[in-house]
Design a protein around this ligand. Structure first.
Ligand code: ADP
Ligand code: MG
Length: 727
């Protein structure tokens, strides 16, 4: 019997030879020089635009006032010249459809002159508005294919940028994307509207406090977790290719038990890759700040310094796509899925959120928060908002990938609560009991018992990794996002619900003051009333514990365990009214998002179900059968020679039994895959949850059992041990 070299072994050989650095030399980079080099930044604008045009544009960017169309032409010419000088040949309106990804359609700057030559042209009209054929983007019923017109509209508040590839460069213009009826078909438009709503309400409050501000801005700092796997392995796994996660794979003998990867020194190849990712993102003006190894082997994290919400959301998309692209140059594949490997920590995204003005962070408590009424006002607004709209926050992070994490003891539970820490919790307890607070627990210094070491101020609140929504010093950290998701919708929800809470508290304040109360007394009154309503959302304990699930139920908090449990609340009357009132999403826009989310759930699991069946049938079963036939042959020959065959026969029996089980499980999955569950998209989604997921689970159990039985050199797909530990 001849056999070619087993595929697993040549992939290992290839991994061994893969280059650390593609060009073999280390990079020395001038950070200040490179930062923002590929953005059409304020500095480039100032240098290139006539003064009045620059001033008009600046006013739009800083104060969000509408831009005079005549200025657009001037800006377009300057932008085109800037881009062409850097080698750009094309431009694109870059937008964020409801797929959660970004989209672009390229147009050349070329314009024929009629005499056989051509010049580079770009008009204000082309800058301001585009019309991609929009019929193939998800619209959730907002647009039938026969009315496929979709428009992109320039967002001057996010800088245009240049993307470079080996094949040349092109200019990207951040845009909003809407149907011809004006309905938002993207993630950016509602985010911008919510930023506006929060700005309006926060400034109203500040006005009352006698601290008027020019603009109140939502700020976001998203932390991104991801896995890097050698491409030799990744591309031998159809499940990683089509579903982004492994659908099979037995637990390796060694997982993350030793905790030796977390914050460990980063391997050279990975560090080179990260350096390259950072450099490319620096050039795009993305202020990446930290990088480190994460908990699971092969898992990493990167985080930027926070920025204005809209820009941060654009930059987050660029971060995800740059990670994916650059990894390939190092022979790696970047996995952004929430749970690429079962039994190993999954990946999330922490969304740090705050609101500030041009001069201050409104969630900065200061040394003595009990005296900082303005801070207490805004902090209470967040608590009030989260308490009232637990369901919306839960929906904003609900999708198939995230179902693997939430509530699974490595990620926040699916119950939304707020960690405040001892100091603030104590202040709210004082307010509840006495109507106001007259002291702040002090945090003190950290004594390390070594005279030579500095005394470090201790934070008033420790960290709590188990909370989905934690106050971390001067911002809230929404910790339940999935690693692959766009941050726009969770941010849109946060901005909107906090805008509403501020609005209501301002109305209450104004009422009390109209009746003659002084500002401070009125504020105390408002806080005392609010704390009673929101206090049960505060939870500083262990969010992973079973006791919390019971306790939360006693408190009446929602526990929407999975995506399909959460999705219906998106379109609940309370939420539709909220989005309509603050002009963030119309009823139709909200319903369309709901439909798209249900649809995406269905497609995701449907693809997984089909992929699992294909792999089991065409890769796993043949391998198992081959092994069985080897065993049978061995038994037969041994018998011929009069040797004992007890061990061979026992092994053959075990393999044969495992094959029987797999075939049975596979039959069930194939039958379920052939069903749709009904006509309506909700029915199809429910079929996925109720029938496909369990059937896939059973097939997986059988495949993973076989992985432990079948000869290693016959196993057709890279194992967890290969993918997670070979770097
Ligand atoms: P911590 O150590 O408490 O996590 P860091 O300063 O390291 O705080 O910040 C973690 C993340 O939070 C970073 O991405 C950072 O940019 C972000 N962040 C800090 N301040 C704010 C803020 N005011 N608004 C939004 N995000 C913030
Ligand atoms: Mg982290």
């Amino acid at each position: 019997m001849t056999r070619t070299l087993p595929r697993r072994f040549d992939s290992l050989a290839a991994v061994k030879d893969s280059p650390a650095r593609p060009d073999g030399e280390s990079q020395r980079v001038d950070l200040e020089e490179e930062f923002g080099a590929n953005t059409f930044s304020l500095t480039s604008m100032q240098a290139r635009l006539p003064k009045p045009a620059y001033k008009a544009l600046l006013k739009t960017i800083e104060d969000h006032t509408p831009l005079d169309p005549s200025v657009a032409d001037t800006v377009a010419v300057a932008m085109k010249d800037w881009a062409i000088e850097r080698g750009a040949t094309h431009f694109t309106h870059w937008f964020q459809p409801l797929t959660g990804l970004t989209a672009e359609k390229h147009d050349s700057f070329l314009s024929p002159t009629g005499d056989g030559r051509a010049i580079a042209e770009f008009s204000g009209a082309e800058l301001v508005q585009g019309e991609p054929d929009a019929s193939s983007f998800p619209s959730g019923g907002l647009r039938a294919t026969f009315e496929a017109r979709g428009y992109t509209a320039w967002d001057p508040t996010s800088p245009a940028f240049l993307r470079e590839g080996p094949g040349g460069a092109y200019l990207c213009i951040p845009t909003a994307f809407a149907s011809w009826t004006g309905d938002a078909l993207d993630q950016k438009t509602p985010l911008l509207r919510s930023i506006q709503a929060l700005d309006t309400q926060a400034r109203r409050a500040l006005e009352l406090f006698g601290k008027p501000a020019r603009r109140a801005r939502a700020t976001l700092g998203p932390e991104q977790e991801f896995f890097l796997v050698d491409e030799e392995f990744a591309y031998r796994r159809p499940d990683l290719i089509t579903a982004g996660r492994t659908l099979f794979g037995a637990k390796p003998p060694r997982g993350q038990e030793l905790d030796d990867h977390y914050f460990g020194s980063i391997s050279e190849r990975v560090l080179d890759c990260m350096n390259d990712v950072e450099l490319e993102l620096y050039r795009l003006g993305v202020p990446l700040k930290t990088r480190h190894n994460e908990v699971a082997p092969g898992q990493y994290e990167m985080a930027p310094i926070y920025e204005d919400a809209n820009i941060a959301a654009d930059h987050q998309q660029l971060t995800m796509s740059t990670l994916r692209n650059v990894a390939r140059r190092y022979g790696l594949v970047c996995l952004l899925h929430e749970k690429p490997f079962a039994g190993v920590n999954g990946s999330g995204k922490h969304l740090n959120w705050s609101v500030g003005t041009e001069s201050q962070n409104l969630l900065e408590p200061g040394e003595t928060p009990h005296e900082n009424m303005q801070f207490l006002f805004f902090c209470s607004a967040v608590l009030k908002a989260v308490e009232r709209h637990q369901d919306l926050l839960r929906v904003s992070i609900a999708f198939a990938g995230n179902d693997h994490r939430l509530g699974a003891n490595e990620a926040p539970p699916s119950i939304i609560s707020v960690f405040l820490g001892d100091q603030l919790t104590d202040i709210y307890e004082q307010i509840e009991q006495a109507g106001s607070a007259d002291s702040s627990m002090s945090s003190g210094l950290l004594g390390l018992g070594v005279n030579a070491l500095p005394h470090i101020p201790r934070h008033a609140g420790d960290r709590n990794r188990t909370s989905p929504f934690a106050f971390t010093g001067n911002k809230f950290e929404f910790r339940a996002l999935g690693s692959s998701q766009s941050i726009s919708f969770p941010a849109t929800v946060l901005n909107t619900i906090v805008a509403e809470a501020i609005d209501e508290m301002v109305v209450d304040l104004e009422g009390r003051m109209a009746e003659g109360a002084e500002l401070d007394d009125a504020l105390r009154g408002v806080l005392a009333d609010e704390v009673v309503k929101f206090k049960h959302i505060i939870f500083n304990g262990d969010g992973y514990s079973d006791e919390w699930v019971e306790e939360a139920e006693r408190r009446g908090l929602l526990n929407l365990r999975s995506t399909l449990d959460a999705l219906p609340s998106l379109v609940a009357a309370k939420n539709a009214a909220l989005f309509e009132k603050y002009e963030v999403l119309s009823r139709a826009e909200l319903e369309s998002r709901h439909e798209v989310m249900v649809e995406q759930y269905f497609y995701t699991i449907n693809i997984e179900g089909e992929t699992a069946a294909d792999m089991a049938r065409t890769m796993i079963l043949p391998a198992a059968n081959r092994y069985l036939s080897e065993l049978l042959l061995a038994a037969e020959r041994a018998d011929d020679l009069g040797l004992g065959v007890r061990g061979v026969v026992a092994t053959a029996k075990a393999v044969s039994g495992a094959i029987d089980e797999l075939v049975d499980a596979l039959d069930v999955l194939v039958a379920q895959n052939a069903e749709l569950g009904g006509e309506e998209i909700e029915e199809k989604a429910e079929h996925m949850r109720a029938n496909i997921i369990p059937a896939m689970g059973e097939v997986r159990r059988c495949v993973d059992a076989l992985e432990k039985l079948v000869a290693d050199d016959l196993w057709p797909i890279p194992t967890y041990r290969d993918m997670l530990f070979v770097k």
